[in-house]
Write a new protein. Sequence first.
Length: 288
Amino acid sequence: MKGLKKIALATAVAAAPFAAHADLKAMDDSAMGNVTGQAGVTIELETKVSIGQFKYTDEGSFAVNDIVLGGSGVAGGTGTELLDQLKIDIDVADDGDAVIHVGTLDGNPIDWGMTVGSMELLAGSTGSDSTTLISNMSGYGNLAQLDFRVDTATDHLNIVAAFDVQDMDFDVEFLGIGIRDMVITGAGGNFDYDGDGSVMSADADGEFGLDPASQEAQVLAGFANVNLDVYKGAGLGASTATDVLRIDVNNVYMDMSIGAVEIGGTSIGSLAIDNLAVTDTKLAVYGH
């Protein structure tokens, strides 16, 4: 009997939590959303990445050698060699869209730097020939905006970026051309990209999704702006291709300058491109 009493007591103790919560009911998705919260996920990051070689092989190969990506310091800028102060916010909107925003912990643009030893074309197994396309690439600048959105209504990945290149140098070896002090910026207050004489403000066409009078919009106006969609779709025009990788370039707005174009090691002058606009550009990419 004593044994039975002990078993009964243990059973009662074990059952107590369930009895206390006997009135619990199954929760629907809305209620679960209230429990889990609405804040999303934030990732803080600092990193420096080195890659000895990236190679794409078909019959021959295309290789990129000695890649380093980090802060502006890796390419001679004033920052450190770490890609740091990054804050990545990940949210799922009410309509199911995934929203990823890359920002900074201190509110300043992200300084970046990269170097690449060389880009080469390599012969396949039947030969040993190679051609160096680009070498001695070094550049740094700032990233002011990077947003990704996966739209569940269209199955599009939309990418919006605002950036600058403060200094970039590289050699186009197979042509004997050197590019020195290349700079890429936004057009600031000179956004007359359609040539109609009207100047587009920082946010006149909703490029940045901001109030055009806001300080953030005015800051972003000084950076090159890129907006594109990536998705699975059909080929272009009369093409019969289906399920291809589509890249629609909605716009690219920038100014560019090159301090010196060298041929044979001697400068032949400088180059400037004002109000460069690439719009309504579509690419369809697939194998053959």
